[in-house]
Design a protein around this ligand. Structure first.
Ligand code: NOJ
Length: 472
């Protein structure tokens, strides 16, 4: 006979439960779509860029349906919501005016103010990212993150964001997953600007994003210590594909240092250091050095975690970031082939983030998990019926990751909240609408939302502030 007993895992009293999203993946913002105001909106028009041939023109029509979606967030007992600002719609035209005279488009301001106010009315904390992978097209045309003006422009954007939304936002993030963006846009070529193996472009962008982050950090705070600003880092534990191979171990080490650590390390140090072997080249070394206002410009840690990466040494040309990502999987995978690896989440929370736990005054930085989730694959054409409402794998993913999160809290990590990616299915960048990350299913044809089992489960966990697990 098997012994079956239930364990109740309680979370700290003020623990925040929420969901996370980004504007482009859900909004279908009319002016952006009609006039192709962002680089991403244009990118989706290019033949072959999006794996399933879909685009984000409608996405979840969040722009029209946000009142209903806020209701859903409330019904699910959630108290935190993260999204990003649509920079392209807020600043649709190339600036002809002096920096000090720049304005946001009034209708777009109205929309975001209404969204954030309604969330606040329901007691939902608002987390806002400034840059979640989309640039205004006029800025992308000028070179985007490699343009000389980018830090000035980002600072203006941040200052206006503070002016219009500062009273409604609880936590700001300047940039989302900079290394995922840089890898896809400058190395893999899957995202705008579509460069491939452009390592110099990648490192120029690292430097300019750090400089822009610093400027935006101070613009958002506006001298007010209480304003909370950070950036969201994608954490991915790296492991060698062949444990016995010194070459795999070496590339694992390089990839991990660059991908996980280059941003938080540079922020705490106040400047950029180029890793070996690139530091051997003059044009890379010239990017090194102090960055004004950068030191310790991070008030909390925003952790995005999905999976780990197995790395292997690879001699093919041109080289990937010092090696290659292996296709091998030692654990069950999600629809995108990403290993389900909660042990890695524990490692990130209790060890990888350790160097960054204290702020400029030596206080413990609060830690928020700002993304974590599981993808299944269903074609965008599906509507009606009961497809995918039973999502046992997502439920298991959620539970196993929350179990280790609680263990990390017990181990002393100052984790204050967990925001699941995502409330609804949405546009997964170059993978299109097929990967479904939603607790809530969206049938794109009629835009009907239906709760999956995972939504019911998550809602119970949030209401009880506790998780029940069964030992067999
Ligand atoms: C990270 C990104 O921030 C988000 O945009 C993306 O959809 C999820 N991960 C899932 O890949």
């Amino acid at each position: 006979m098997t012994d079956t007993s239930a364990n109740i895992i309680k979370f700290p009293e003020d623990f925040l439960w929420g969901v996370s999203a980004s504007h482009f993946q859900i909004e279908g913002y009319p002016t952006e779509v009609e006039s192709r105001l962002s680089d991403w909106s244009r990118w989706t028009e290019e033949e072959g860029r999006i794996l399933d041939g879909s685009n984000a023109d409608r996405a979840c029509e969040f722009h029209k349906r946000y009142l209903d979606d806020i209701e859903l967030i409330g019904e699910l007992n959630l108290k935190a919501y993260r999204t990003s600002l649509n920079w392209a719609a807020l600043m649709p035209e190339a600036p002809g005016t002096a920096v000090s005279e720049r304005q946001f488009a009034p209708l777009v301001v109205e929309y975001y103010r209404d969204l954030f106010s309604r969330l606040k009315e329901k007691g939902i904390k608002v987390f806002v990212t400034l840059f979640h992978f989309c640039l205004p097209d006029w800025l992308a045309e000028e070179g985007g993150w490699t343009s000389e003006r980018i830090a000035d422009e980002f600072e203006v954007f941040a200052a206006l964001a503070r002016k219009h939304f500062g009273d409604l936002v609880d936590y700001w993030m300047t940039v989302n997953e900079p290394m995922a963006y840089i890898y896809q846009g400058y190395v893999a070529g899957n995202w705008p600007p579509g460069a491939s193996h452009d390592y110099l472009g990648a490192f120029v962008t690292i430097r300019s994003m750090l400089a822009a982050h610093a400027r935006a950090y101070h613009a958002l705070k506006g001298g007010d210590e209480a304003v909370q600003v950070s950036f969201a880092n994608h954490w991915r534990p790296f492991a060698p594909e062949r444990k016995w191979s010194p070459l795999d171990l070496m590339v694992t080490h390089y990839r991990e240092r660059v991908f996980n650590h280059i941003f938080p390390e540079s922020i705490d140090a106040g400047g950029l250091k180029i890793p070996a072997p690139l530091s051997g080249r003059k044009e890379f070394r010239e990017l090194e050095g102090e960055i004004a206002g950068l030191k310790k410009s991070m008030d909390f840690l925003a952790v995005n975690y999905y999976t780990r990466e197995l790395s292997r040494f690879d001699l093919s040309w041109p080289p990937d970031l010092f090696g290659t990502r292996s296709n091998r999987a030692d654990y069950p995978v999600n629809g995108l082939g990403w290993e389900v690896y909660p042990e890695g989440f524990y490692r990130v929370l209790t060890s990888d983030i350790n160097p960054y736990l204290t702020d400029i005054k030596g206080r413990q930085r609060p830690v928020f998990v700002t993304e974590n989730g599981f993808a299944t694959l269903f074609s965008p054409e599906l509507s009606g019926g009961d497809w995918s409402l039973s999502d046992r794998e997502r439920c298991d993913y959620l539970i196993s990751h929350l179990v280790v999160l609680k263990k990390a809290i017990e181990a002393g990590v100052n984790i204050k909240g967990y925001l699941h990616w995502s409330l609804t299915d949405n546009f997964e960048w170059s993978e299109g609408l097929t990967p479904r990350f939603g607790l809530v299913r969206v049938s794109y044809e009629d835009q009907v939302r239906k709760l999956r089992e995972s939504a019911e489960l998550y809602s119970k966990i949030a209401a009880a502030n506790a998780l029940e697990t069964i030992d067999r």
